[in-house]
Structures are given as C-alpha cells and as structure tokens.
Write a protein of this length. Structure first.
Length: 579
C-alpha cells in the first residue's frame, strides 16, 4: 500500500482530483493495475502487483514567481498557470507511513530535469544560464521542503505528520522545476534544430558510422551511430495536415496548399464500407485527385485498419468473438483499399491502435498476427510504398484498466522484433481531449517520451499532432456502442484554458520540439477543419479552420513553422514576435 498526504491548498478533492485521473505507474513509466482512493486528505493506492510504483495525478500548477531578469529571459511567454497537467511521482517502495504528494511530484520533476540535462549533453551550460538559475531555485525550495516536512506535535494544520509549510515549499519547487523543464526542452530544441537544419547532425552521424563499418553507408540512408540510442535522418522533417473526406471545398484546398508538404488522407473503415460489402470511395477520391493532379502533394494514406469505436463499422462487431472471420474481413478490406489507391499514395499507415485492444478483445498473439497480416499484404500489393504502424495513447493510461492491452513501447518493439518491413513507427500525440489517454502534459514530458520511442532505432512519424482551440468539457466515455459509460475524463490544459491563441502557442512549441529531433521524418496536424456540429471529428475544436470557414491563428502558424524549418530558422522564435 502506498499512501500520500495532500493538503487543501493542493486543490485535491472530489471535484478537481477525480480517481479517473489518478493511476499507478510502474517501471519504465508504464501504468499498472491498482486502485486509488481519496479520503480525509489521504490518497491510498493498492497495487495488484508487488514492487515499487509511482502515482500519476492531474494538478493545476500556478506559474512560479521569478526575479525580473529571469522572467524576461524565458523563452515561454508569461502565463498565470503552467496548466492543468498530468504529472507523476518517482517509483516509491511501500511503507506504513505516508509520503507527501507534492514533495514526491517535485522530486520526480527535478530528477527528470537532471536526466535530460545529461542525456542532451547540456551540462556545459554556464551556471548563470537563466534555465539553470531557475532550476537551482527549484532545488533550493525542494531542500527547504525536505527540512520542513516533519511537523512538530501541535503544529497547526498538520496532517499525517507533515507540516503544511513544507507542502507549500514543495509546491513551489514543483512549479519552478516544471517551468525550468519546459525551458530546457526549448533550449535543447533550438540547439538540435540548428544542427539538423545545417546538415551537421547527419554529417557527424555519417562520419561516425563510416569509421566503424568497412563500407561507407549509402548517401541519404538513415544512420544509426552505435550508442546514440536513435536513428539520424538527413534533411529536415516534413510538415503536413490531415483532411477529412467529409469536408471539401476551394477554401480548404487553398488552406491545405498553403501550409503542407504532404497530406494525410484518413481512410476510416466506417466511411469507406458503412454497409458490409458496399464500398463508397467518392469522398476520399475527390481529395486524392486534387492532391495528386492540382496540388502535387505527396499522400499518406490511412490508417487502413483502425478498430477504435470511431473508425470500425458497426457491422464488424458481429465477428468480434470469431477471430478467423475477423482476420479474413481485415484481409479483404486492406486489399480493396490499397489496390485502389496504390498509384497515388506514397506512404501507408497500415494499422493503428491495435495494442489498446478495447474495442475488439483479441489476444496478444492475435494482435501481432493481425499487424503482420496487414503489413505484409500492403508490402505485397505496393512494394514501393513506405509503411508505418501507428501507436496511439503513447503514455499508455489504457493499460491501467485493460489487462488485455499491450503497452505502446512493448507493442512497437514486438513488431520490429518480428522482422516486419516497417519504415517508421507512427505516433499520435494529441492533448486536451476528454477521452482516454489525451490529457495534457508539459513539453519536457513530451520531449522525453519521443526520446523513449527513439530507442527503437527506427524513424518516427508523428501521424497526428493536435490540441483544441476551445475547452472540451469532461464527459463520460463510452468505449463502444452499447457499453456502459465510464467516468468523465478531464482533458486538462496547457498554460491557459484552451483558446485559439493557446492552440497556436502550443502548436509552435510542440512542433519546435518535434522538428528538432533527428529521428523524426515528418509531423502531421491531426485535422484541417472542425467538423460541423453533431458530426464526428478527430477532436472537437481541433482543426485549423472552424466549421464555418474562419481561419484560426494556428493555420497561419503551421505555415510559418513549415517555412521556418525549410529556411533554417527556429520556429520557436515565433513565440515572441519582434516588437
């Protein structure tokens, strides 16, 4: 049993801290099964498995007060809060006495900062660097909290043997460490962008590989320097956007052409074959014809097979307990789609989210078999195409309640170990939606998660990057038609509640971090336009254009980021416009 003390000033109560957003985390930051209960200022965690564990929670973190010289040096524009963010503690051993939640959250954030400082080889930053100065303030506050944590008998407001003054100091340390971590992620991104845009990163990797191999590596091939932990790609990443087949018009065409190196054409099974055996390709055809003949834009097709409730047709559920028939139907569907579009699509996202395994409950072996079937079939039908497998919910919250699910990294690793001809691993990185796995996290956590998947030593393709332009209220989640609704999901927010300005600012930072990574081949915004009211969409308010045709600031920003990346400039400079 793990127990944590919380104080009233942490805003931890039934309204702001629902059990749905409190879960246990095990080794390698993989969520684990267990129960989390909150009562009388204590968070009690019962694990299903032995061993050390951490607690993930969602907290609103106020922006820390900084001296004027540090506040002016921030790469991030000032904001009243750092956001309503999902955070977690380090792994902790069980003990009878409780832990103080804010101290353990701050400890983990400080540890993550130090780890990335070393991983990114930023330890040579001068001590007077603003980011390090702020981090030292966080460490000082954390040390003071450790000294003050034990309450003397009779201390007013004490709880569980802890001093409320220590809780306030730890909360201050957490806020300082969080903000310093986001600044560190941006400092590293700016440095890596310069190396990537100049070609120096690829040149250095090529030279290192050439020194260790008897034959020179082929020009333009991905380079894996032994010990680097990732692949290095030539050139700069491509920037694109997904378009909904349901919306089509001259305004959307002009918008797509203005900001994209490529287009992603979603191919939801429910749209293409709403009735078994009766395909309707008309809405997809018109976008593909425009992209190929008029815009001359490369196309990414898929996911071809996505069994999420929003993508799988209703008639398919008849076969959810008959894997052999389901497998045959998947085979026929992949064959029909790829055969039709293999002359126009250059890259296929073959499968998506099979590892979550909530909609169709199939075994681990069947998940891998279905992945293998789809990948090999696409490769046979379209040998020249690039192929990728998409991982969704990369922080794996789904694994808390679904014992049949596979952690994302484990799934991707198993696919690669099976020897399948995969050109890239796709990641969906969406935040701020009131659905499972899409809660909001800070930029350092995003950057660290990308590095974790880079250890697969395969190129990464961010198949869907997204955040909303307006708050999405929590709502009960229904995993599939006819199922009982689950507890509401609080989507959280970054810096300020979601708005068009916040969406554009988040996009700028997220794209700056992603494009700096030498192993990222491309990144795709998840939706060009919002869906009309009542229509399904990837994310409410998640598009670059409203349903009424109004262009949001994020549309201009995506074009600006794409241009900056191509011209060798840092898109992060857009955060603070001149003047």
């Amino acid at each position: 049993m793990l127990t944590f003390v919380v104080f009233d000033n942490d805003a931890v109560d039934g309204q702001h801290f629902p059990p749905r957003h409190a879960f246990l985390v095990g080794p390698d930051e993989v969520p684990m099964q267990g129960r989390v209960e909150i009562a009388d200022g204590l968070v009690r965690c019962a694990k299903d498995l032995p061993g050390a564990a951490g607690l993930a929670v969602q907290l609103e973190v106020p922006s820390p007060a900084l001296p004027d010289h540090l506040a002016k040096a921030q790469l991030n524009p000032p904001a009243p809060t750092l956001g309503l963010l999902t955070l977690h503690t380090t792994l902790l051993p069980e003990r009878e006495e409780p832990y103080l939640l804010t101290i353990e959250l701050a400890r983990r954030q400080i540890m993550l900062f130090l780890n990335k400082l070393e991983d990114w080889q930023l330890t040579e930053l001068p001590p007077d660097h603003p980011t390090l100065q702020q981090f030292e303030m966080a460490r000082d506050a954390f040390t003071s909290a450790l000294i003050e944590q034990r309450a003397a008998p009779g201390t007013p407001g004490a709880r569980g043997g802890y001093n409320p003054g220590a809780d306030k100091l730890a909360a201050q340390a957490l806020a300082l460490a969080l903000q310093a971590g986001e600044e560190l992620a941006l400092v590293h991104a700016n440095r890596q962008l310069r190396l990537r845009q100049s070609g120096e990163a690829y040149k250095q990797a090529s030279a290192a590989v050439a020194r260790q191999t008897p034959e020179p590596p082929p020009a333009g091939a991905p380079m894996i320097v032994p010990g680097s932990g990732h692949v290095t790609l030539p050139g700069v990443p491509l920037v694109g956007c997904a378009v909904s087949p349901r919306a089509f018009g001259e305004g959307l065409q002009k918008a797509a052409a203005s900001c994209c190196d490529f287009l992603t054409m979603p191919m939801r099974w429910i749209d293409l074959e709403p009735v078994e055996g009766k395909y309707n390709f008309s809405t997809t055809d018109r976008w593909i014809e425009w992209a190929v003949r008029t815009a001359k834009l490369p196309l990414v097709g898929g996911p071809v097979v996505d069994l999420r409730p929003s993508s799988a047709p209703e008639w398919l559920f008849i076969w959810e307990n008959d894997y052999e028939t389901l497998r045959d139907l998947v085979f026929e569907h992949v064959q029909a789609v790829v055969t039709r579009y293999r002359r126009t699509v250059s890259r296929w996202t073959v499968v998506s989210g099979l590892h979550v395994n909530t909609n169709f409950k199939i075994s681990f072996e069947q998940v891998l078999d279905l992945t293998r079937l789809c990948v090999m079939l696409v490769k046979k039908l379209h040998p020249a195409a690039r192929i990728q497998v998409e991982v969704i919910q990369p922080w794996a919250e789904f694994h808390v309640t679904n014992r049949r699910s596979i952690p994302p990294y484990t799934y991707a690793e198993a696919v690669l170990m099976a020897g399948l001809p995969i050109d890239a691993v796709g990641l969906r990185l969406q935040m701020g939606h009131a659905e499972p796995g899409l809660s909001t996290r800070d930029m350092l956590s995003l950057s660290a998660m990308l590095d974790r998947f880079a250890a697969l030593e395969k190129p990464l393709f961010i198949t869907a990057l997204g955040a909303p332009s307006a708050p999405i209220p929590p709502k009960p989640f229904i995993p599939r038609t006819g199922a009982e609704p689950e507890d509401p999901y609080e989507p959280g927010y970054w810096r300020t509640p979601w708005s068009e300005a916040t969406q554009a600012a988040w996009m700028t930072q997220a794209l700056g971090v992603i494009c700096s990574k030498p192993y990222v081949h491309g990144v795709c915004w998840h939706d060009l336009a919002d869906a009309p009211s009542g229509d399904s969409s990837e994310m409410p308010h998640g598009g670059l254009i409203t349903a009424g045709g109004h262009q949001k600031p994020a549309l201009t920003r995506l074009a600006q980021v794409r241009q900056a990346v191509r011209e060798g400039k840092s898109p992060l400079a857009l955060l603070r416009p001149a003047g």
